[in-house]
Design a binder for this molecule. Structure first.
Ligand SMILES: [Zn+2]
Length: 401
């Protein structure tokens, strides 16, 4: 019988090392410590058998961790993590292989598929028992009546990084972004948490990420890493503040936190226009602050469309990867779905029809994107329920966690 707390404690340690590796540019010492901790998790999980765990939520989460440690899965995963400029043809093959292996080990343990295992690990059950059943609970985007996009490059330029009245694309000052992040924390009544929150702003590959750095479940601490790139950075900052404040305020981090709950917290802060407008007004005049927010509203609509098209592609990818057909025809079929969905929901096409395999969601976590869509919907429900998005209400919610 293994001790789940031991695994959770190692998982938390790995998370703290991951943060260190990000801010210390993957130093060899930290990387070797990470591989030792990872090995300890793997050794413990080898002694664990799913049938010995009665709690389906804990069982699914542990099995998900165990599957990630299977050597052939780990090798494929590491390939995507360490190789740069991977050709799409190779990415397609390896992505399908990863789907098949993850499915194989999930089915062997009694689940109907890997997505089924992941959904149970997030606390979903009942009628949400397959990846496509999620679609019954989220809304299909309405027909598009915005401008047609020539390419996804235009999507990123136009809807995510749009420049407003002289605030240029690359013009975001790192110090200003850091100060903006602190302003949000203070406005949310969390000044007391300021010193337990590490904020690092620097140029790196990801736009933003938050880490739970709490040690031994005692001294709460969290880290936020941000990239100063375009207007979008301010909204990423608000999103990561949402994650970090959840980590600081949750009663314990010795648990499996459902991802949809984590993302709902982040998106609730990111979408709060009253909060953001007030913070923007510290740095820009009121008219620009209003424009930043109205542009963002359009960007958000486009982002949800992108998530929806991506989710549909992903659902097809899991279904097609199981089919009894050649690898080439699987790749062809997934690419066809991908093209259709992006045309339908974003009115754009990709130059490279194999691009679906290079989306980080396919490689890092190919059953994740639904969490964003669910979280967006939950945020609207929460706001409707509270009839308010004012800052005092959010402060109350945070203090009650
Ligand atoms: Zn997030």
């Amino acid at each position: 019988m293994i001790n789940t707390n031991e695994i959770l404690s190692l998982r938390n340690k790995l998370e703290r090392l991951r943060w260190e590796s990000y801010i210390n540019k993957e130093s060899d010492d930290i990387l070797s410590q990470m591989s030792l901790v990872s090995q300890s998790i793997s050794d413990l999980l080898k002694q664990w058998h799913p049938e010995n765990e009665n709690n389906i939520f804990v069982r699914s989460n542990l099995l998900k961790l165990k599957i990630a440690q299977v050597p052939e899965i780990k090798d494929l995963f590491d390939y995507f993590d360490y190789e740069e400029n991977i050709p799409a043809e190779i990415a397609c093959k390896k992505t399908i292989e990863l789907c098949q292996l993850r499915d194989y080990y999930s089915i062997e343990a009694g689940y109907s598929s890997y997505p089924h295992l992941v959904l149970l690990s997030e606390g979903f059950s009942g009628q949400i028992n397959s990846y496509d059943s999620i679609l019954n609970y989220i809304e299909e985007p309405t027909p598009l009546n915005l401008i047609s996009l020539d390419s996804m490059d235009e999507y990123w330029r136009y809807y995510q990084d749009i420049a407003v009245d002289g605030i240029e694309y690359y013009d975001v000052d790192p110090n200003m972004l850091k100060d903006f992040t602190i302003t949000l924390i203070d406005m949310l009544g969390e000044e007391k948490n300021r010193e337990r929150l590490l904020i690092v702003v620097e140029n790196q590959s990801i736009s933003g990420v938050a880490f739970d750095l709490t040690k031994d479940d005692k001294i709460k601490s969290a880290g936020i890493l941000l990239k100063p790139k375009g207007i979008h950075s301010f909204f990423v900052s608000a999103h990561e503040v949402g994650h970090a404040l959840l980590y600081l305020n949750q009663p314990s981090n010795m648990c499996f936190l459902p991802i949809w709950l984590d993302e709902t917290h982040a998106i609730y802060i990111e979408n709060n226009s009253q909060l953001l407008k007030k913070a923007f007004c510290k740095y820009f005049d009121e008219k620009i602050a209003a424009r930043l927010l109205s542009n963002r509203k359009i960007g958000k609509d486009m982002e949800l469309r992108r998530f929806y098209a991506s989710l549909l592609t992903e659902i097809d990818m899991w279904r097609i990867s199981k089919q009894n057909s050649s690898l080439d025809s699987k790749i062809e079929a997934i690419s066809k779905s991908f093209g259709t969905y992006y045309k339908t929901y974003l009115d754009t096409t990709f130059q490279n029809k194999l691009q679906w395999s290079l989306d980080t969601f396919r490689t890092i976590d190919p059953v994740y994107i639904h969490n964003y869509i669910i979280a967006e919907k939950l945020c609207v429900t929460i706001e409707d329920y509270l009839y308010s998005t004012d800052i005092d209400t959010i402060k109350k919610i945070l203090s009650r966690l």
